[in-house]
Design a protein around this ligand. Structure first.
Ligand code: PLP
Length: 407
């Protein structure tokens, strides 16, 4: 039977202490024990169901983690205070001095900076490759490689990773395949396709209200236990723990993710088709012209579409800035980084979210100055939005009025 990630979330039921429809929030940093022996056993990791200290785990964080594990079909999950608070401990847990990582070269700028500038301090080196070229990926593997790292749909170029193909390579070379699935929750289920570890920045679509940062690592019980180990667990010791109040609020927002993703994808597909038809250089995995359109289709779960992210190239940073400012003036969205909000967000990645990547490397990977990344919102009337965006583009000579198409 086809995998239905939203059903898995829906089937999880938690009641509050007094029969509340939402689980009670564990508003405590520490927990009492009736016996000293149980406290000792809990430290040793041998007292199931007991809580020790909230940096290690808390009931509220476990509820959210279990719901996300159900969504990604992994044994369990560990939530964290941010997406980077999920990514960095995974890397530090899997790699030590002398180890090597093969990573996609088009990834979120913060992850790129961590692998390029930070982990070399610990003698962990990374080769950045074109993730869509499996031969190049395999050729970059050395005897010290421990991790294959990618985003299912990459930030900001929307390259699509062949997760099955990468999982086969990882298996052959005994590597862990780590996939950041932030751009395609519900649409793509990396663990079903062979990924060992699946990460999300919850900050984006999953929470969806742009009111917090958050992250999650989904994986096997053994790996999550390793991350939480009091003696050498990177999540436990680096300490990027989500607060219980926030975990409870993210869980409530997760309950509507399936509806939101359908609307984000519907709106993005509509705009991408119109923009492309108008002659704008448009990248969206739902377009036939996207080089990995068929690959995305072969991996996707029914109903959730190709996601809410699209890019257009308007030729120069100056034009991109003018357009974004005008669209913001018209209340079509906000000139802001991040994604997954009810409102459309836009930014020029070359000078913002990917500015950590040196200019020559940006050019090499096709990240041009005039690129605008859109996170398409939940607009009720996307046709009206399209016409208003078109008016902005015409006003700035990005599109000529003659080329106007009727909808
Ligand atoms: N992964 C991706 C694909 C992202 O876009 C981001 C943030 O923009 C992150 C990870 C980092 O997440 P956070 O900002 O929650 O630390």
């Amino acid at each position: 039977m086809a995998f239905k990630p939203a059903n898995n979330i829906q089937d999880l039921q938690y009641f509050g202490e007094f029969g509340g429809v939402n689980p009670s929030i564990s508003d405590s940093s520490t927990y009492t024990f009736l016996s000293a022996k149980t406290m000792f056993d809990t430290f040793e990791g041998n007292a199931d169901g007991c809580y020790l200290y909230s940096r290690h785990s808390s009931p509220s964080n476990l509820y959210l983690g279990e719901a996300l594990a159900a969504m990604e079909d992994t044994e369990t999950a560990n939530v964290s205070a941010s997406g980077m608070g999920a990514i960095t401990p995974v890397i530090m847990q899997l790699c030590g001095a002398g180890d090597h990582i093969v990573s996609s070269r088009t990834i979120y700028g913060g992850t790129y900076a961590f692998l390029k500038n930070f982990t070399p301090r610990f003698h962990i080196e990374t080769s950045f490759v074109d993730i869509t070229n499996l031969e190049m990926v395999e050729a970059a593997i050395t005897e010290n490689t421990k991790v294959l790292y990618c985003e299912s749909v990459s930030n900001p170029l929307l390259e699509v990773a062949d997760i099955k193909g990468l999982a086969e390579i990882a298996k052959r070379h005994n590597l862990k395949l780590v996939v950041d699935n932030t751009f395609s929750p519900l649409s793509i289920s990396p663990a079903k396709l062979g990924a060992d570890v699946v990460i999300h920045s919850l900050t984006k679509f999953i929470n969806g209200s742009s009111d917090t940062v958050g992250g999650v690592v989904c994986g096997t019980q053994e790996f999550i236990n390793d991350l939480r180990n009091v003696n050498d667990g990177a999540s436990m010791l680096l300490g990027s723990t989500m607060d219980s109040l926030r975990a409870a609020s993210v869980l409530k927002n997760l309950r509507t993710l399936h509806i939101r993703m359908q609307q984000h994808s519907f709106n993005a597909q509509f705009l991408a088709e119109k923009f492309e038809h108008d002659g704008l250089k448009t990248v969206y995995p739902g377009l036939q012209s996207h080089p990995s359109h068929e690959l995305f289709k072969s991996m996707m779960n029914d109903k959730y579409g190709f996601g809410g992210m699209l890019t257009i190239d308007v030729g120069s940073l100056e034009k991109a800035n003018e357009l974004m400012e005008l669209m913001q003036d018209k209340n079509l969205g906000y000139l802001a980084v991040s994604l997954g909000f009810y409102k459309t967000l836009f930014s020029a990645p070359g000078s913002s979210t990917s500015s950590e990547i040196p200019e020559e490397e940006q050019q090499e990977m096709g990240l041009s100055d005039g690129l605008i990344r859109f996170s398409i919102g939940l607009d009720a009337d996307i046709e009206r939005t399209y016409h208003m965006m078109r008016d902005c583009m015409e006003a700035l000579d990005i599109l000529s009025p003659k080329a106007s198409t009727s909808v």
